[in-house]
Each structure stands twice: as structure tokens, then as C-alpha cells.
Design a protein around this ligand. Sequence first.
Ligand code: PLZ
Length: 457
Amino acid sequence: MTDPALPLTSAPLGADIPLERRILTAIPGPRSLALTARRDAAVASGVASALPVYADRAHGGIVVDVDGNQFIDLGAGIGVMTVGHTDPAVLDAVTTQAASLTHAMFTITPYEGYVRVAELLAEHTPGDHAKKSMLVNSGAEAVENAVKIARKHTGRSAVAVLDHAYHGRTNLTMAMTFKAMPYKAGFGPFAPDIHSVPGSYPFRDGLDGPAAAARTIEHLERSIGAADLACIVAEPVQGEGGFIVPAEGYLVALQNWCTENGVVFVADEVQSGMARTGTWFASEHSGLVPDLVTSAKGIAGGYPLGAVTGRAEIMDAAHPGGLGGTFNGNPVSTAAAIAVFEQIRSLDLLGRARRIEGVALPALRALQSRHPIIGDVRGIGAMLAIELVHPATSEPDPASVAAIVRFALQNGVILIAAGTRGNVVRLLPSLVLTDELLLEALDVLGAALESLSPDPA
Ligand code: PLZ
């Protein structure tokens, strides 16, 4: 018997979507509400969703829900759909690949796509030293493997991470992630020998790069000791933590200390990498040349893929057979990634990311001049954010962020929150989002700010 839940006709394609904002029903609409009821009975409640609408299809920078409402997508599935939803070149690559080889297991019978992605990563990650890569399924798995490799290379076990970091939800990466609720609470015990140290958060700590680095290094030397430290893992722009851009000179000072002390510097570029900030990797903005780089999210146009790329002599520290995994570097995902590299180049998406900054940053600053609730405007390329505060005290204001996200959705814009205090609104659209749609979405953000009741503080 046919499953009654399956549609009888094939769904309309993403490419048929008119690229416009359109609200047809109450938000959430009736079909989303019906799915919520089914979901509540069948899906574990630990898997919560930020927004109450169910996605049906998408194209470019537009997502259509199951009720036919169309949203300008400023979240891009948390920075994954860098090349845009249902990009034709990615679609072509994965359909061709799926019809010829979907799985072989690279550690049994290898295939070219994996090798090609490793070559492309060597070419596009910072630095012109000899590099090698391994491929995985997710960002967390990339971080796990970077730590494995750094430990094997150094023969040391301690790992340092920065306050406000996000590195994943596996046991090791939970230990490396700063925020307890919702990521860690009740899920311990956590992997040992992980140490969180203060980083650089210019809006909150007021320190310049050298001063913030000196503070970090003081903690490293005093509470861990360089001789026991395998690696420091740092996001060049902190993502979940609130799109925090470290002060100028901070990352390079930290890396210099690592080099002097035989500590591996791992840049976690899962969120900031692959063209998001207007360079291939965000490390480039500060002249940082990490020993190892992790990537995932935007690397494969929505297909699961992650990678660790780095200095050949460090990557080769792991013995043959020491790295792997069943689905790692799946042929369909690698085909998608090869198409993504090509699209970033041929559509000049690095230029588009810089253009998005050029359009959005002044608009956000103009909003800040009208709304003292915006304590800080920051970001690079298409990784931009506003931090909301109670103006009198600069204390975080997560309630206003939640209200803005709700208002935006009602008005056809997908926005997502960030920040370890939940008081940051982040913009990380697809790089193919047009200027017109971006400005339209920013107008909705402006209206959302207008709709807030005046701050009593
Ligand atoms: N490192 C820097 O941003 C993923 C997670 C959202 P995975 N960030 C979004 C959520 O609620 O799960 C992320 C990241 C950085 C690592 C990761 C982990 O990547 O692909 O989610 O495992």
C-alpha cells in the first residue's frame, strides 16, 4: 500500500520559485501546524527547531514553506547554503554522481572525487606550504579529527579553546563548546584535558589585540603549561558565540606563541570558511596561516561533508588506518563540493560576500544610530551581526532578539539568533542573495526594531 503521507505528484522544483517574499497565511500556517503535531508525537523533543515553519523547497536566497509562504533567508541553514539553495551546478553534479557511484568507502576502494576535494582544499586554504586533507561528515567530526591529529603529532594531550567557542555536539566537542545550556547541561561527563581560556571580544573586554593575546597566553602558560599543550582550537570569527571578530593582531600573536612553543594552531573555519567572509577562509583577514583548518557547512552546498586540512607533516602524523569512517568523503558530497568550489569562482562569490558587507554594514550602522538597543554592529563579508543590549547598562537583551526573530518571520524574513547570552542577531545569507532582497530584508529588520516597546531600563 502507498504511504498516505507521500505526495501523489512530484513536488514543484526549487528553480520554479519566483524569487520574492510572500506571506499567504498566518505564521505558522495550517500545514506547518499539522506537521508540528505529528512531530511532537514522533521526534525527540531534544531536537528543537528555532522557527515553527516547515520548509518545502528553496532556491537562491528564498525558502518556501509547506503553506506556500516565501521567506528571504538570512540564515542559509546556519551558513551552509553559501552558493544558494538548489544551485543548478550543484544539482547537476549530485544527480550525475548519484547515478554512477553513491558509495564505495574511500578506505576500501577509493575514488577520484575525494582526492580532488583534497587538492582544492590544499589550493584554497591559507598558506603555500605542502598540505594534506582528510574528509569527514560534519563540523564536529572535523574538529574531533583535528584534535586527534594534533595530539598524535605533538605527543601531548591538552587542548585549549576560547571562551564563547562553539565546536560541536559530540562528547569531545561538547567539552570544547563554551555554552552549557542547551549544548552540555546534563550530558557529561565530558572528555578530559580541555581548557577554556579568555579570548578577544572587543565590544565586551575593550582590549586591543596584543593585550587580549597577552591575557590568553598568560592563562595558557599558568593553567595548562605549554609543554603539555597539543593544540589551540579557535574560530577566526566566533560563530554561535555571537559573530565575535577578535581585535586586530590577536590571532597572529596567539599563533606566534604556538609556533614558539610547538603547539598546533587549529582554525575552526566550519562557519567562517568557504567564501563566507569575502575571502576563501576568514583567517586571511588577519594574515593568519593556521597549522590545521577545519571546514564543513558551506563546503558542499547542503550535502554532508567536513574536512581537516593542514601542514603535510602534521596531517601525516596519524598512522595508516588511524583516520577514517564509513561515509567520510561520500562521492555525492565530494561531487557537490567540487561544484561549490567552481561556483564560488565563476559567480565571484568572494566579491558578492564583500558586496553584502558593503550594502548591509552601513544599513546596520544607520539602524544603530536610531536604536540605542544596538550596542554593537560587527562582522566581515556576509557574516554580520548586531548585539542587543539594555542601553543604560549594556547588559545583554535576549528578549528583544527573540521578539525581532519572531517579527521577521511573520514578515517573511528568516533571521537567527546567536551569542552565548542569546542577544545577537546574525546575518549569514547565501552569497547569491540579490541586493534588492537583502535591502528588503534589512527594512524588515528595521521595522522589527521599531516594533519593540521602549526599554524601561
Ligand atoms: N565548529 C565553528 O559553527 C556548527 C551548530 C548548530 P556540525 N555550528 C552550528 C547546532 O545547533 O547544532 C559548528 C561551528 C563551528 C563546529 C561546528 C559543528 O558542526 O556540522 O554541526 O557538527
